[in-house]
Design a protein around this ligand. Structure first.
Ligand code: ADP
Length: 513
């Protein structure tokens, strides 16, 4: 039918049938158009009004046919109608004429008009047809689109990850602010160029092949997963990045969005953390050793004193007829034992720290400071839960020593949880009469049966590199504070250590810190 209309035209052979057909075609097109189509005669009276016009203006065809079109023209736009009639009546065509019209309910509609003269067979203008497009929807959509774009742009400008959008040929289409900072290129220097610009030579050569391979086979190598690759800055320096690529297929066209995260800083941080941790372990080893020496010295001192006393005693008991060599030997024995005691004593003095008077300390601060040391290296893998009861916020302690106890217990817990699925370290304080109890528990495998009985004895360890003195030192420190350290199973598996400390007057006030 369309072909028929196209072949025939006014004046062609058998014209009437063709004209009838083309009128039917026209009527069908008009009825189904989503744009309002209206025609009027030169007096300005409506001669046709399609379904879309009914929907847009809220007037039915029956309302409008034969009526002056001024019904839909706002009073302040009346002179427009006179102009339109003159210009289009004179044979002119007006396109994209933006104006305002009125709907039946009085709403003002932003519309765009395309007006054409309707001519009879002799070419005389007998009316005007117009296509009315509702701009309000378009404008709203446009505005929404602009807002979304602005939002997207501001998100892209703020996320610390760089974003690189490429088309299916590998040409960069968009290069975010973070990407610009990371790579040292301005967007204008990169957009339109091949993305291999951002890669070291060996990867750059292979990239085009990857892309073609993916498009041909759908086989993913990097798409959809994050991986660490090397990127190249404008100045030629290379740096490690984590790259995450996703494929955006719209209408059969593929684009690829790459999120790029600079790993330089993270790698530096990880290295620094590892250094700090090994320093920490070294320092805590030294302090453990120091305490061990002190404890050993104490133990050895007593037998040495006894030896000195016995030797001197025997020397005094020897009669005048005893061999003189024997008396000399006992004298020497006593002198050597006294010397050994002095050496041990001075060694003890060397490692013994000055005893400090206990101070009132804020437990939450102490615990948080210690946990940041204890969790070094464990990172986010271990979650810390801290519960400080309102009436257990302060205690009377030697801060350094109690922090050593906390550090030991927390490091043991972190080490115990290394292979556990859930890793939560809980530290809680509560008041038990005039004392504060601190509880450190973990979600590790719990205390090994083999050490349970002898946990607090020195040199008991299940660790290849352990000294096994940590818990014995902890108990000594806690006892020096007049408290007790005990261990047991935690709720839901894991180990739980509890120790008590003297509370302070201030700690007694609810919430007092
Ligand atoms: P080290 O840590 O050097 O082994 P410790 O005296 O601190 O010395 O600990 C002794 C042993 O107690 C550890 O080797 C370990 O077997 C056990 N232990 C300590 N804390 C925990 C814990 N939180 N969970 C499981 N076992 C633990």
């Amino acid at each position: 039918m369309i072909g028929g209309a196209g072949r025939g035209g006014p004046g062609s052979a058998g014209g009437d049938v063709v004209v009838e057909n083309s009128q039917a075609l026209l009527a069908a097109i008009t009825a189904s158009s989503t744009d309002a189509i209206i025609s009027k005669d030169l007096a300005g009276r409506v001669t046709s009004w399609n379904a879309a016009a009914e929907r847009l203006f809220g007037f039915s065809a029956a309302d409008m046919l034969g009526q002056p079109l001024t019904r839909i023209i706002p009073p302040d736009r009346m002179e427009e109608e006179a102009q339109i009639l003159t210009r289009v009546g004179g044979g002119e065509r007006l396109t994209h004429f933006q104006t305002v019209r009125l709907a039946a309910d009085g709403r003002r509609l932003d519309v765009s008009l395309t007006l054409s003269p309707v001519q009879d067979a002799s070419g005389k203008v007998i009316g005007i047809s117009k296509v009315v497009r509702d701009l309000s929807d378009l404008q709203r959509l446009n505005l929404e689109l602009q807002q979304r774009e602005a939002l997207l742009q501001s998100i892209l400008d703020t996320v610390p990850d760089g974003l690189v959008l490429i088309d299916q040929h590998g040409r960069v289409q968009s290069f975010s602010a973070a990407a610009q900072r990371m790579f040292g290129y301005a967007a204008a220097e990169v957009v339109g160029r091949d993305v291999s610009l951002l890669m070291p030579a060996d990867q750059a050569a292979a990239h085009g092949g990857y892309l073609a391979h993916y498009l041909a086979t759908g086989e993913k190598r990097i798409i959809g997963t994050a991986r660490t690759v090397v990127a190249r800055r404008k100045d030629g320096r290379t740096f490690p990045v984590e790259l995450h690529v996703s494929d955006v297929a719209v209408g059969g066209n593929h684009s690829f969005v790459g999120f790029v995260r600079d790993l330089t800083e993270r790698q530096n941080r990880d290295r620094r953390l590892a250094e700090l941790q090994s320093e920490l372990i070294h320092v805590s080893r030294l302090s453990e050793l120091g305490q061990m020496v002190s404890a050993l010295a104490h133990e050895v001192n007593q037998p040495l004193t006894a030896i000195t006393n016995y030797a001197s005693g025997i020397r005094r008991m020897l009669g005048p007829d005893s061999p003189p060599a024997m008396a000399t030997a006992f004298e020497k024995l006593a002198a050597q034992a006294a010397r050994a005691r002095d050496i041990v004593q001075s060694l003890r003095g060397l490692v013994k720290k000055e005893a400090r008077a206990p101070q009132e300390e804020n437990l939450e601060t102490m615990i948080l400071e210690t946990s940041s040391l204890a969790l070094i290296g464990a990172g986010r893998a271990v979650g810390l839960k801290l519960r400080v009861a309102a009436d257990a916020t302060r205690a009377l302690v030697d801060k350094v020593q109690i922090q050593q106890v906390l550090l030991n217990l927390m490091r043991n817990a972190v080490e115990a949880m290394a292979g556990a699925e859930i890793r939560t370290l809980t530290v809680a304080t509560r008041r038990v009469r005039d004392r504060i109890e601190i509880m450190v528990s973990d979600t590790g495998p719990g205390l090994p049966r083999s050490v349970q009985e002898r946990l607090f004895q020195p040199f008991v360890t299940t660790k290849a590199e352990g000294l096994g003195v940590g818990l014995s030192i902890c108990r000594t420190i806690v006892q020096a504070h007049g408290g007790e350290l005990s261990a047991g199973p935690a709720e839901g598996g894991g180990a739980e250590f509890r120790f008590t400390l003297p509370a302070t007057a201030a700690g007694r006030e609810p919430g007092g810190r």
